[in-house]
Design a protein around this ligand. Structure first.
Ligand code: BJW
Length: 250
């Protein structure tokens, strides 16, 4: 017996999925947990254990201590670079191929969906592999070698920072509009591996539910969204999603 066959997938969900015209999926850090990427709110390890991620992922933290924040992201960028996509990411690539319309929205900055082969991923919180400048948002692929940490923008001389969305910053408008439109027009909305605490992403499944979509949560732990979900599949995404795909194939 494989791990995925131990997961119970309700028949009604399989029927809904087969009948769906547009499936939207929102993912969070939990989908990358089985790739060895720590979730956002999970305790940090080693040197970073003493810091609260919510205190580091802010413009205020960067202004206060840009070197600390830059080095935190450099550590995470390296960790993500060593990670590889897991069966949860792969199952979403397969799901996209078997439904008429599919929108994948992610809060993750790790690029693992794209590396698994997902296309047109709607990235709400940016990409940790990209760098931009603090003052003017110039996207900067390369900068001159120097001992400065963080380095400075070769265009305007302001500090460089990761191209991610910190607390209190606006999400990229086009990505958010696409995500809202998908939530409002889909028949099935999956919310996978997210604590459903961070706005505006956390409201997307509720918008979908208001418009009559079936909402499915995949998470080993309950979240504030669980009581609104039509189906709560309790387990790790790397097992639940392959099990769901197995059921679709028969
Ligand atoms: C598994 C698993 C496995 C484990 N399989 N699952 C309305 C009300 C109140 C506050 C606000 C509001 N509107 C806006 C705000 C302020 C703020 C906010 O939401 N604050 C809340 C904390 C209260 N939002 C913002 O500031 C946003 N900007 C904005 O709205 O601008 C306009 C505005 C500003 C201010 C006021 C009003 C309007 C920007 C949010 C940006 C979030 N950025 C971060 C950092 C990105 C860069 C980085 O990575 O460093 O994005 S924060 C962090 O949280 C990161 C994540 O993408 C995001 C979500 O976390 P996620 O993915 O859910 O991870 P975890 O760790 O929380 O949960 C993991 C889950 O996986 C758990 O449930 C596990 O059980 C599960 N899991 N293993 C499946 N194997």
């Amino acid at each position: 017996m494989t791990a995925s066959t131990e997961i119970e997938i309700p028949d009604l969900l399989v029927q809904n999925l087969r009948a769906a015209n547009h499936v939207a999926v929102l993912t969070g850090a939990g989908i990358s947990a089985e790739s060895g990427v720590p979730t956002f709110r999970e305790a940090q390890t080693g040197l970073w254990a003493q810091y609260d991620p919510q205190e580091l992922a802010t413009p205020q933290a960067f202004r206060r201590n840009p070197k600390l924040v830059w080095e935190w992201y450099a550590w995470r960028r390296e960790l993500v670079g060593r990670a590889t996509p897991n069966p949860g990411h792969a199952a979403l690539v397969e799901l996209a191929a078997v439904v008429p319309k599919f929108t994948l929205i992610t809060q993750n900055v790790d690029g693992l969906h794209q590396r698994a082969g997902s296309e047109n991923v709607v990235c709400l919180h940016g990409n940790i592999a990209e760098t931009k400048c603090y003052d003017h948002n110039h996207l900067v692929p390369h900068w001159p070698e120097s001992d400065r940490v963080p380095p400075i923008c070769p265009i305007c001389g302001s500090l460089l920072r990761p191209n991610v969305v910190w607390f209190g910053e606006n999400l990229p408008v086009a990505a958010l509009n696409t995500a809202v439109a998908a939530a409002e027009s889909c028949d099935l909305f999956f919310t996978i591996g997210t604590s459903a605490l961070v706005q505006p992403a956390a409201s997307l499944p509720l918008r979908a539910a208001e418009r009559g979509a079936t909402v499915v949560e995949v998470n080993p732990q309950p979240t504030p969204l669980t009581r609104f979900a039509d189906f709560a599949l309790t387990g790790p995404a790397g097992q639940v999603l392959p099990a769901l795909l197995d059921r679709l194939r028969v």
